[in-house]
Design a protein around this ligand. Structure first.
Ligand SMILES: N[C@@H](CCC(=O)N[C@@H](CS)C(=O)NCC(=O)O)C(=O)O
Length: 220
């Protein structure tokens, strides 16, 4: 059985949503952050950087959210175009875009002091915020113009990946760098609204006590 090492409302939520949507059994193991578990030898054996998430699989422990999403979608032949199908290339391109650009820069918004030390944090934040919203604008235009099946109102690994990131950004104080109201991105907002109504999303929200409007929370 899969074992998901999780912390509520962190990147492990993306994996939980996908596991729920796939309907596969998994054990959710809450990380004891207060006890320093991320730095423990046992956890570092699973993830060399001590980050969240880790998914233990029949093929060994996995880390990196995008890699886990690819693995699950291929293993269960669902929620993404499979290798050899026409949409595969575009899906891979946009999955990597979302991971390498949006997710990486979003981490600079939430941990600006880690980039160049605490003194540089305000400058880092001032640059990272507009870059994050710029990446979302690129995704918005892509979805509006190309209407891809792999990022649509139907459930998909990329949809859940994006939706959770937009949830986090919506919780930043309005006006602060990187704050996002999903209604400013109508094509993406439609994806988020459809996904949060899924039974899988409701189960994940209940499991982590996150409330019913997981992804459009800024509008409630
Ligand atoms: N590139 C990694 C990023 C993982 C990551 O930074 N996760 C955050 C939680 S959302 C984390 O572990 N934060 C705890 C810390 O850095 O101390 C991925 O996609 O999985």
């Amino acid at each position: 059985m899969y074992v998901l090492h999780y912390w509520p409302d962190s990147a492990s939520l993306i994996v939980r949503l996908v596991l729920e949507e796939l309907g596969v059994p998994f054990q959710a193991r809450r990380i004891d952050r207060a006890a320093g578990e991320l730095d423990s030898p046992a956890y570092r054996a699973l993830h060399p950087l001590g980050k969240i998430p880790v998914l233990e699989t029949p093929d060994g422990p996995m880390f990196e959210t995008a890699a886990i999403l690819l693995y699950l979608s291929e293993r269960h032949a669902a929620l993404a175009p499979l290798p050899g199908t026409p949409d595969r290339a575009a899906f891979l391109k946009w999955l990597c875009f979302t991971s390498f650009n949006l997710h990486a820069t979003l981490l600079e918004v939430f941990y600006p002091d880690r980039v160049a030390g605490p003194q540089a944090a305000p400058q880092v934040l001032a640059h990272a915020g507009p870059r994050v919203t710029g990446f979302l604008q690129v995704l918005e235009r892509m979805v509006a113009h190309e209407a891809p099946a792999f990022l649509s109102t139907a459930p998909s690994v990329l949809g859940y990946y994006l939706a959770v990131q937009m949830r986090w950004l919506a919780q930043l104080p309005p006006g602060s760098p990187g704050h996002v109201a999903s209604t400013d991105y109508p094509a993406l907002h439609a994806v988020l609204a459809a996904l949060e109504a899924r039974p899988a999303a409701r189960r994940a929200a209940r499991a982590e006590a996150l409330g019913p409007t997981l992804f459009t929370l800024a509008e409630t």
